[in-house]
Design a protein around this ligand. Sequence first.
Ligand SMILES: *Cc1c(COP(=O)(O)O)cnc(C)c1O
Ligand code: SF4
Length: 457
Amino acid sequence: MNTVLHSKPPVGPEYFEFKNLKQGEFWRHVPAYKDVDERTFLDHLWQQKHSVKTPQELLQTIESLASAEFIEDARAGFAHAPMAVRVSPYAISLIDWNDPYGDPIRRQFIPVKSTFLPDHPRLVLDSLHEQADSPVPGLVHRYVDKALFLPLAVCPVYCRFCTRSYAIGPDTEEVDKVELARTPKQWQDAFTYIASRPELEDIVISGGDVYQLPPKNVELIGNALLDIPHVRRMRFATKGPAIMPMKLLTDPAWVDAIVGVVERGRLLGKDVVLHTHFNAPEEITWITEKAMKVLFERGVFVRNQSVLIRGVNDVPERMQLLVKRLSYVNVHPYYVYMHDMVKGVEDLRTTIQTAVDVEKFVRGSTAGFNSPTFVCDAPGGGGKRDVHSYEYYDRENGITVYAAPSVKPGKAFMYFDPIDRLSPDAQARWAVKEIQDRMIHEALRKAGAGDEQLVLA
Ligand SMILES: *Cc1c(COP(=O)(O)O)cnc(C)c1O
Ligand code: SF4
């Protein structure tokens, strides 16, 4: 008997790019930070205080790094964006200022006028219908056994693509924001509602962002929810680790508050974890690695939810690098979302086909439990659907039809690809209202649904 052994060819050094995290005092190339030492840069209060919120502050921070044209473009972009702007020095210093237009971090946080595209004709501000599924202010009860609690309306940064631009951040020239519950007194109504619904086992605490909660309020919310007997699982959701990881190193009181809730939950047999939101592999540096180690050592399990964003992570190799790098710092990639159909950010959306292609490439790169599920949060309130599970996909016109039998039985939901990504013929069809209606009707018919079943955003 001959045994033939086949060894896999060895990988080259380029394979290990995911371990190649930015090192040293990388912020010093930014004029405003050139004299900032490590101790200061790692101070989370310094990061908050020096966050950029206006074109003037941006100009003062980067000075000669970007052209006058770019600054002017950003000034016009700030005025037109549905979201307020806030960018941490950490994020500013990760931007490649030699190519601000192509940079994945700039694209997420700093709007520029010249890349604006017209909104899709079927797009609205609260595309997920969160307000329609909200029994008390600041609580979304869409799925039977889980709810989303939004305790505040501020974040450590503001993302251009935010799905809650109807509520998050200060009012802008374009949008007057809806009020969420923002004070411990208002939160009581949410706790009372959750306590009255025994089917609610799983609470997502999102926002706004729990990074902005003082430690005593992290404990207040955590303990109030742990005290409800039927609540079995909780997740604190925060963008923080992606854009201000140093807080986990220099705000021990906040970390202690999270760890305290996790540990009390463990004693009660309840699962408390952290969910975060990295989108680009460049967001993970030596500071992130150190910060995530603190959480790992202290027994805090971390999952990641990304958004699939054009020019940020919509290329298979970039998503693979993100997934490998997250796994390397002990963060489990959980979801990759289709970009929601929100106003003013068409240049960031991409197609369902892109999601399918990227997913196909990423699956098989690493452990199954580190391979994210690609989902479309169906506009109109259908909830998250595996992108592949469509009833029908008209690739030519960019219309996808989903059903959500356990969330909104008997209804049909649609996601629309960005029009600039379609063929010139299809773009011409979208320009005519009657043809739009006909294309939508036809897609529904092919999906086996009737017009009356459609819930549009
Ligand atoms: C995403 C979401 C949840 C949590 O869903 P999972 O699939 O369990 O992560 C709960 N409620 C709402 C309204 C949501 O959007
Ligand atoms: S951190 Fe989350 S809630 Fe805040 S602006 Fe970004 S996407 Fe929206």
